[in-house]
Design a protein around this ligand. Structure first.
Ligand SMILES: [Zn+2]
Length: 208
């Protein structure tokens, strides 16, 4: 056993349990605690009643740049930064607290939870690696996630110009619109022609 202090170990177990309950994948637990893989596996099964899903975590930033995930992710990163700046919460604690606030906002508005805890955790890592950044939308002033390597002059967000095929369903579009008051100071009417639908050139960048 790597942890000599019982108190430290108890804290680690509590953290792991909290993360599992929020839907974290095993890789997140391994990265954020010092507990052995065997113990984490056991813990995961005990909390969830099933074995953790196998396979790698998604290593691409692309998902965060697609339309609906971008809106949800931008909301999350905004909360995360706010907590860091104003509440002095950092690291995994900030991820957990920001994620809880994000979920609360989603539930209050009866929306679909698009961003998983594991995605939120990955997002913070992409920000730390400076692969993703936020830029203000030149129409609504809200801050949205973009690829750091892309050009962002006169950036217009996915809510000011909803792409014509965005979300595929009317329900998804309505859900995204319901997010608007939290993510941006004022709303704008969508261009009815739909011809200037904002499209992002999504670039595949892989983490090392
Ligand atoms: Zn905008």
């Amino acid at each position: 056993m790597r942890n000599k202090s019982v108190v430290t170990e108890a804290k680690q177990i509590n953290l792991a349990v909290e993360l599992v309950k929020l839907g974290a994948r095993l890789q997140v637990l391994e990265s954020e605690t010092n507990l052995s893989r065997e113990r984490l596996l056991k813990l995961y099964k005990e909390v969830k009643g099933v074995s953790p899903p196998k396979g790698m975590l998604p290593f691409s930033t692309d998902w965060f740049l697609s339309w609906q995930p971008n809106i949800h992710s931008s909301l999350f990163i905004d909360i995360y930064r706010y907590l860091g700046k104003n509440a002095g919460v950092h690291g995994i604690d900030a991820v957990i607290k920001a994620y809880r606030l994000y979920v609360e906002h989603i539930e209050v508005n009866g929306l679909e939870c698009v961003l998983s805890l594991t995605r939120a955790w990955s997002l913070v890592r992409f920000f730390e690696a400076k692969m993703l950044i936020t830029v203000p939308c030149c129409e609504c002033g809200g801050h949205f996630i973009v690829n750091a390597m892309d050009l962002h002059k006169n950036y217009v967000c996915g809510m000011c110009h909803i792409p014509s095929r965005a979300g595929k369903t009317r329900k998804a579009a309505a859900q995204a619109a319901a997010l608007a008051p939290a993510a941006m100071p004022r709303q704008k009417v969508v261009n009815p022609s739909g011809t200037v639908a904002h499209s992002r050139s999504v670039r595949s960048r892989q983490t090392a």
